[in-house]
Design a protein around this ligand. Structure first.
Ligand code: FDA
Length: 508
C-alpha cells in the first residue's frame, strides 16, 4: 500500500477514533494495526486494480456498523474532526471509490456489510432491504417469503443493494418493471449532519428523488430501502445461443439492435460480444414454447429451438444466469455465497447508450477490434424499450429513457499490474460518432473516472459545479444534474460527502 498521508497520524485523526468509541464498540472500528483490517478492506473489492499498491491509499480506519446509531456517530465524528467517509455496501463500484481515494485526503470507510436484513411483506408485495445486503440475498429472501414475486435488479448476486439502487440498477426485468431504483417506495437515511431520517416524509420530495438513481456517495448514507416487488410466473425461460462471425454473428447483432427493444416486455434478449462471437441470452417470463415462437417470427437469425431453452423458477434463474452450469445441481442457496469470492483480474469499464442502430460494417469493425495484446475485451448489450421507454426523463435522476435502443458496457480485463487498458479506450474513441451525443451519455453505475472528475473551487473548498457538469451531464442529463446539484446545495452545502465524482453543491 501507499503510505498513509501524514495527516492520518495527526492528533485530529486520532480524535476521530476517540470520538467514535463512546458510541461504537471498539471491535467495530478497525485500524490498520488490527488483524482483520486488511481482510475486511479487500473483502468486497472485486477488481484487482483497487488493491494494487500503486492505486491504493489505506483508510484511516474501517467502521463496520451494526446499527443506525453507529453510522450517525461516524458522520458526526467525521464532520467534527475533518475525516471524510467512503460508504461501502457491496464494494462493486467500477472505479473502487467506496474503498479508496485517489486524492491525498484522510478518509474512513463505513462498511455496511453487517446491515443486511431483508423483511418481505408478501401481502403488500414490498420488502425493506438494508443497504449492506447483496442482490443475491434480496432475491433469495423475496422468493422464499413470497413465491410468485421477484425484484427487477442486476445480474451479479454479489452486487450491493446500497450502491446499486442508488445509481439505478439495470437487469433482465427492466423492460417490464423498470430499474431497481424505479421500484423504491421509501428509505431510511443518515444525512450530512448525522441525523437519522426515518422515511421519505422526513427526507422531503427532492432528497427522496435524488437518492433514487442520482448515484451513491453524494447526499448521505442510505441505511435501507423499501422496494415494490414484481409478479413473476412459476416458470421462466433461459436460453443461450452463441454465433461466430462465420455463423452470422454480425448480421444477427445488427438486426438485434432494433428487434430486441421492441420485443414483448416480458422477453429480454441481451448480447455478449467477445472473442469475435456473440452470445445471446434471454429471460422470458413464461415458458419455452412461447419464446421459440416469438423469435422464429422476430429474430429467425438466431435459430432458437426448444433444445436451447431451460425452464426454471425465477429464483433458480437468478442463480443460473450468473453461475451457469457450474451450479446445475446446486440449490439457489448459492446466492447467499460469502461475498469474498476469489479476487480475480484487473478491470476497466466504460459505457454508452445507442439511439440509432449501427450498420453491419461498423459491427464488423467492432467484432474485430484489436485486443491490444493479451488483454480481453467484452461488450455487454442490454436492450431498453418496454417500461424503460415509458418513464419520463425527469421522473428519476436516471435520464436514459425514451428513444434509447440499448446500453453498451465495455469491459477490458487483464492479469497484471504492468499493463494498462488499451482495447477499451481505442474502441470508445471509435464509437463516439455512433452513439448518443450532446452529451455522450453514460450509466452512473458503470462509473468511469475517465469521463471527468471534480475539481475543488479552492484548496479545502467545495467541488465546483463546472467540473461536475463534465461527467454529471453524461450520467444524468443537464436538467437532472442541475436539480441534483441544487439538492446537494441544500442537504450538504459544505460538500462533506464528496469524492472524485460526487454531485457538487449548487447555490443559485
Ligand atoms: P459500492 O459499495 O462500491 O458503492 C458504490 C457507490 O455507492 C460508492 O460511491 C459508494 O460510496 C456509494 N454507496 C454505497 N452504499 C451506499 C449507501 N448505503 N448510501 C449512499 N451511498 C452508498 N449494474 C447494473 O445496473 N446491473 C448489473 O447487472 C451489474 N452487474 C455488475 C457486476 C459486477 C461484477 C460489478 C463489479 C458491477 C456490476 N454493476 C451492475 C454495477 C453496480 O450496479 C455498481 O457498481 C453499484 O454501484 C454497486 O453497488 P455496491 O453497493 O456493490 O457498490
Amino acid at each position: 500500500y501507499m503510505p498513509a498521508p501524514s495527516l492520518a497520524t495527526s492528533s485530529g485523526n486520532n480524535d476521530f477514533i476517540r470520538c467514535l468509541l463512546p458510541d461504537v464498540p471498539s471491535q467495530l472500528v478497525l485500524t490498520p494495526g488490527s488483524p482483520s483490517f486488511k481482510p475486511v478492506l479487500v473483502s468486497s473489492i472485486r477488481n484487482a486494480r483497487f488493491v494494487a499498491p500503486a492505486t491504493t491509499r489505506p483508510p484511516l480506519c474501517i467502521v463496520t456498523p451494526t446499527n443506525a446509531s453507529h453510522v450517525q456517530a461516524a458522520v458526526r465524528c467525521g464532520r467534527a474532526h475533518g475525516v471524510r467517509l467512503r460508504v461501502r455496501s457491496g464494494g462493486h463500484d467500477t472505479e473502487g471509490i467506496s474503498s479508496r481515494s485517489q486524492r491525498p485526503e484522510v478518509f474512513a470507510i463505513v462498511d455496511l456489510a453487517n446491515l443486511h436484513d431483508v423483511h418481505v411483506n408478501p401481502q403488500e408485495a414490498t420488502a425493506w432491504v438494508d443497504s449492506g445486503a447483496t442482490l443475491g440475498e434480496l432475491y433469495y429472501a423475496v422468493a422464499k417469503a413470497a413465491p410468485g414475486l421477484g425484484f427487477p435488479a442486476g445480474v451479479c448476486p454479489t452486487v450491493g443493494v446500497g450502491g446499486h439502487l442508488s445509481g439505478g440498477g439495470q437487469g433482465l426485468m427492466m423492460r417490464k418493471y423498470g430499474l431497481a431504483a424505479d421500484n423504491i417506495v421509501d428509505a431510511t437515511f443518515v444525512d450530512a449532519d448525522g441525523n437519522l431520517l426515518p422515511d421519505k416524509k422526513a427526507m422531503g420530495d427532492d432528497l427522496f428523488w435524488a437518492i433514487r438513481g442520482g448515484g451513491g456517495g453524494s447526499f448521505g448514507i442510505v441505511l435501507s430501502f423499501k422496494v415494490r416487488l414484481a409478479p413473476v410466473p412459476p416458470t421462466v425461460t433461459f436460453f443461450s445461443v452463441t454465433r461466430s462471425m462465420d455463423q452470422g454473428a454480425v448480421e444477427a447483432v445488427t438486426k438485434w439492435q432494433t428487434v430486441a427493444p421492441a420485443l414483448p416486455d416480458d422477453l429480454t434478449v441481451r448480447v455478449n460480444v467477445q472473442q469475435r462471437q456473440a452470445n445471446f441470452q434471454s429471460l422470458y417470463l413464461g415458458n419455452c414454447s412461447a419464446v421459440v415462437a416469438t423469435l422464429r417470427d422476430r429474430l429467425p437469425e438466431l435459430g432458437v429451438t426448444q433444445a436451447d431453452c431451460r425452464e426454471m423458477s425465477w429464483l433458480q434463474y437468478a442463480a443460473y444466469i450468473y453461475f451457469g452450469d457450474a451450479i446445475n445441481s446446486t440449490p439457489p442457496e448459492v446466492l447467499l455465497l460469502n461475498r469474498t469470492l476469489t479476487l480475480g483480474r484487473f478491470y476497466k469499464n466504460k459505457s454508452d447508450y445507442v439511439n440509432k442502430a449501427l450498420t453491419k460494417d461498423e459491427w464488423e469493425k467492432i467484432f474485430t477490434w484489436p485486443s491490444g495484446g493479451a488483454v480481453e475485451g467484452q461488450l455487454v448489450l442490454e436492450p431498453h424499450g418496454g417500461r424503460m421507454g415509458s418513464i419520463a426523463d425527469a421522473d428519476t435522476p436516471f435520464p436514459h429513457r425514451g428513444g434509447v435502443l440499448y446500453n453498451i458496457q465495455y469491459v477490458e480485463s487483464w492479469n497484471g499490474n504492468s499493463s494498462t487498458p488499451s482495447w477499451v479506450n481505442t474502441l470508445y474513441d471509435f464509437m463516439e460518432p455512433l452513439v448518443s451525443k450532446n452529451p455522450r451519455a453514460a450509466y452512473a453505475n458503470y462509473r468511469d473516472l475517465g469521463i471527468g472528475v471534480n475539481k475543488q473551487v479552492h484548496v479545502g473548498g467545495v467541488s465546483s459545479y463546472q467540473s461536475g457538469k463534465v461527467w454529471g451531464e453524461r450520467y444524468f442529463g443537464g436538467k437532472n444534474f442541475k436539480r441534483l446539484a441544487m439538492i446537494k446545495g441544500r442537504v450538504d452545502a459544505g460538500d462533506y460527502f464528496r469524492n472524485e465524482q460526487s454531485v457538487p453543491p449548487l447555490h443559485l
